[in-house]
Design a protein around this ligand. Structure first.
Ligand SMILES: Nc1ncnc2c1ncn2[C@@H]1O[C@H](COP(=O)(O)OP(=O)(O)OP(=O)(O)O)[C@@H](O)[C@H]1O
Ligand SMILES: [Mg+2]
Length: 388
């Protein structure tokens, strides 16, 4: 019974105080083949002790009313039965409640009242994932992030991706997750025939070769790009689930996936951040930017990200800044991992010409810096994977 591959049955346990809600879930599940509701509970403690002694299961836990108890139950199950999958349910869909549930160990979050089509889609996807576990791949996902605009996230994502491709000669994917008005395609002067919306809608039907063909290759390098949708409206239809599916498929093909993550904190951003091996948290040396970096770090701590996963990067750095690096480290409570020098002329010239900085002036300080950064990151990631 323990192995889903052998039994091809997905065991489900429901822990929800509301009888009506349990009935709805059971009702929806009856229509799905290969799913067995092994038990249901209105009491968290009883539910938890059942799960701890039961075979691998998917557990639905309501967090709407008895939030603390529910979160503790999620934590206990996750700590003791790591391979179980927990889906949090709630009638409150604030960012804070989603973050808390995910931090406790929930894999996904469903809002109440439950919509049948969304629910069935999630169950079918879980069944597929359980029966077809993703092979471990050496691919590493690196994201650039800041909750402030204009800080250099896109510049860093683009130039690092280019350097990683040129240095390692391995396949590198560059993804624009600024789904409304991203800049990656402009930075590389591309007009991709397919963008994120097309790939999101078709990801389940694309094999590896087709996926690669829908991405846009940068010149004759090993860098492939997925740009933001041309049409702003279609970006709203892209779901966190689709982002996750895309990243899982990319992991099978690429050695590195670099994501330029938008400033919005939503379920898509959190999915990408969760899936990242390394988050480059970008800051510049001024008080508002440092303050928002500190807030980001607090959010990352809440999400359970380790210091190994989040690295603080200072962009546009100048020697003899008024604020010392050690002061920033004290405020953000994180060591500065990398500093990128301020070089406005080279950077602007690259952006205006739609090329990476190494095509403007290969001997400039910023190009040297990006080369060293890419080399450090690839070594870092190799060391990390050896450790694992
Ligand atoms: N190292 C640098 N030195 C000087 N200027 C830089 C540097 N890096 C980026 N810039 C400049 O900062 C500006 C913002 O850069 P970029 O678009 O990469 O930021 P962003 O965080 O992606 O912005 P947005 O939030 O709008 O997406 C650009 O004009 C760019 O030229
Ligand atoms: Mg940007």
């Amino acid at each position: 019974m323990d192995n889903l591959n052998e039994t091809a049955v997905m065991n489900v346990v429901i822990i929800d105080e509301e009888e009506n809600s349990r009935s709805i879930i059971k009702n929806y599940l009856c229509d799905i083949e290969g799913v067995l509701v092994s038990s249901e509970f209105s009491d968290y403690e009883q539910g938890c002790s059942f799960v701890l002694n039961a075979p691998k299961s998917v557990i639905f836990i309501d967090t709407s009313y008895n939030n603390e108890k529910a979160l503790n139950t999620i934590k206990t199950i996750k700590e003791n039965k790591k391979d179980n999958i927990i889906i949090a349910l709630s009638n409150k869909t604030t960012t804070d409640s989603i973050i808390k549930a995910m931090r406790a160990g929930a894999k996904d979050f469903i809002s109440k009242p439950i919509v049948k089509s969304e629910f069935s889609e999630l169950i079918n996807k879980l069944k597929y994932e359980l029966l077809n576990p993703i092979e471990e791949s050496p691919c590493k996902i690196i994201s650039t992030f800041s909750n402030k605009g204009g800080i250099g996230k896109t510049s860093i994502a683009v130039n690092l991706a280019v350097e990683l491709a040129q240095m390692t000669k391995e396949k590198v994917a560059l993804i624009d997750l600024n789904l409304q008005l991203g800049d990656v395609a402009t930075f590389l002067d591309m007009t991709p025939p397919f963008a994120m919306d097309y790939i999101a809608n078709n990801i389940s039907n694309l094999d590896k070769e087709e996926l690669l063909k829908t991405m846009t290759r940068y010149k004759n390098t090993s860098l492939y790009v997925i740009a933001d949708p041309l049409n702003i409206d279609s970006s709203q239809d892209i779901t966190a689930e689709q982002i996750k599916n895309i990243l899982n498929e990319l992991k099978k093909i690429f050695s590195y996936v670099v994501i330029d993550i938008g400033t919005n904190i939503d379920s898509k951003t959190i999915t990408a951040l969760n899936m990242s091996d390394l988050i480059l948290l970008v800051a510049i040396v001024n008080l508002p930017a440092i303050r928002s970096t500190q807030r980001c770090m607090e959010m990352f701590e809440k999400l359970g990200y380790t210091k190994d996963k989040v690295k603080l990067v200072l962009n546009r750095y100048m020697e003899n800044e008024d604020i010392k690096t050690s002061d920033i480290e004290d405020v953000v409570k994180q060591k500065v991992y990398w500093k990128i020098p301020n070089n406005y002329l080279t950077m602007m010239s690259a952006i205006n010409k739609g090329v990476p900085v190494n095509e403007i002036n290969p001997s400039s300080n910023i190009v040297q810096n990006y080369m060293e950064f890419a080399s450090k990151l690839s070594d870092y990631l190799i060391t990390q994977s050896i450790k694992i």
